[in-house]
Design a protein around this ligand. Structure first.
Ligand SMILES: *[C@@H]1O[C@H](CO)[C@@H](O)[C@H](O)[C@H]1NC(C)=O
Length: 442
């Protein structure tokens, strides 16, 4: 009985240990430590130095088991840090690839200087003076890019001066690093933040800001002062936050009610705490495949030697890149490329979508088209490939098939019969008339 309970206890402990090992598989990350070079004043551009560092991530400051690992030869032992992240945001699988993977998550760590923000929506956070003792420490800002664009995280960590034990105080993360959406759809750009609840900076308010950038052009999408519950005036139409979820869970995700072409670009979600700031960026692309129309449709009957002009218009697509081509599908099912035709310049519609036309000069003799077939316009686009087709009928083809010859003989026979019949009717009615005339004469 005692034996049994011992075994039972042992197995329980083993299972528990296994579960712990699996759930807390936090990574040991290689990270570029980038800082401005000290003591080189005078220059306008600040020189930076870049060194490899190693971050041991853990969820609990007391689990030091990871520390027993060897430090790679190319990393200075002074640049090995232990980062405690109780929320386990940094323990996501995309930051922890299997050993020996070619692709590695990206990481950069920089020294950070806590300071009050002067932005209108973040300034109230530092209204009341905070004990500066807490801020007197080493602070770092780190950005992480998970594999396969699954995750982006930015964290602010604090270490007692000259210590190598970093505590995560703030993380901002997003799982929508690269989003594609169709026109008119609602779009959710994920952004969540976490604040260490034991930090004196927690509970004294936050602010959230969303900015948009595209080819050097930037604008404020939305800014929210969570301390006074106020939105900045310059808010973009159709953009909103879930304020309940924001206050309860730090869910700062941006909701765009209806995707428009002009929404394509880079979005930056920034979270402010008193003296701290962290941000993540994500990309949104509005992708809409084209609608195709061919004209004239239906096509006129083609006679060999004639050149048919056919146009295919692709419209309502975004982004701009599009490949148009023509194909001919014969009666026997075989397909033949006819090239791209002559492609027009693009036009942009009021809603930002593009249109483009290709014109095909179809020389019916040169192509040996047989009896025709199906003329297909193909548009290859990021949003998918689209096709449109029209039936092409060629009459008086040069090389008739046996069926065609028989049909021709048939037609000839019928024609012959018709002519015969008509001429017979005409002659017989003519002789009738002659007969009546004869009677009258009598
Ligand atoms: C954040 O809020 C949005 C909008 O309500 C919701 O769709 C999303 O699932 C939330 N995300 C999380 C992680 O709770």
């Amino acid at each position: 009985m005692t034996d049994f309970s011992t075994i039972y206890k042992l197995s329980l402990v083993t299972v528990f240990g296994l579960v712990q090992a699996c759930s807390s598989s936090c990574p040991v990350l290689e990270c570029w430590f980038v800082q401005e070079k000290a003591g080189r004043g005078g220059g306008l551009t600040a020189a930076t130095s870049q060194e490899k560092s190693l971050l041991h991530i853990r969820t609990d400051a007391h689990s030091r088991s990871a520390g027993s690992q060897k430090v790679p030869a190319d990393i200075n032992p002074d640049r090995v840090y232990f980062v405690t992240d109780p929320a386990a945001t940094l323990c996501h699988s995309s930051l922890n690839p299997p050993r020996g993977s070619v692709n590695k998550p990206q990481c950069e760590i920089n020294p950070f200087l806590p300071q009050p923000s002067s932005l209108k929506w973040a300034a109230p956070l530092t209204d009341s003076a905070l004990s500066p003792v807490y801020l007197q420490a080493d602070w770092f800002s780190t950005s992480y890019q998970g594999l396969k664009k699954q995750l982006t995280v930015s964290s602010i960590t604090r270490a007692p001066t000259a210590s190598k034990e970093h505590d995560v105080i703030l993380t901002v993360s997003s799982k929508t690093v690269s989003v594609k959406a169709r026109l008119g759809e609602p779009v959710l750009l994920d952004c969540n933040f976490w604040v260490d609840p034991t930090s004196p900076l927690s509970g004294s308010g936050f602010a959230v800001e969303w900015r948009y950038q595209f080819r050097g052009d930037g604008r404020l999408v939305l800014a929210y002062d969570g301390k006074t519950d106020r939105l900045a005036d310059a808010q973009e139409e159709g953009a909103t936050l879930d304020f309940e979820s924001l206050h309860e869970k730090g869910n700062a995700s941006l909701i765009l009610q209806e995707a428009k072409v002009r929404h394509s670009g880079l979005y930056i979600c920034t979270t402010y705490l008193p003296y701290l700031v962290a941000q993540v960026a994500m990309e949104l692309e509005i992708v809409e495949p084209p609608s195709l129309s061919i004209y004239p449709s239906p096509l006129p009957l083609a006679v060999p030697g004639q050149t048919l002009t056919v146009q295919c218009e692709a419209s309502g697509f975004a982004p701009l890149s599009l490949e148009l081509s023509w194909e001919l599908k014969g009666a026997d099912g075989s397909s033949r490329p006819l090239g791209s035709g002559s492609i027009s310049g693009h036009k942009q519609a009021w809603d930002g979508t593009y249109s483009q036309t290709t014109r095909l000069e179809l020389d019916t003799t040169a192509l040996d088209l047989g009896r025709g077939g199906e003329l297909i316009c193909v548009a290859a686009h990021l949003g998918g490939t689209r096709q449109a087709s029209v039936t092409l009928n060629v009459i008086g083809f040069s090389a008739p098939s046996i069926e065609d010859s028989m049909a021709m003989v048939g037609v000839a026979l019928v024609l012959y019969g018709l002519i015969k019949f008509v001429s017979w009717t005409v002659t017989s009615s003519g002789s009738d008339e002659a007969a009546t005339k004869d009677k009258k004469d009598k």
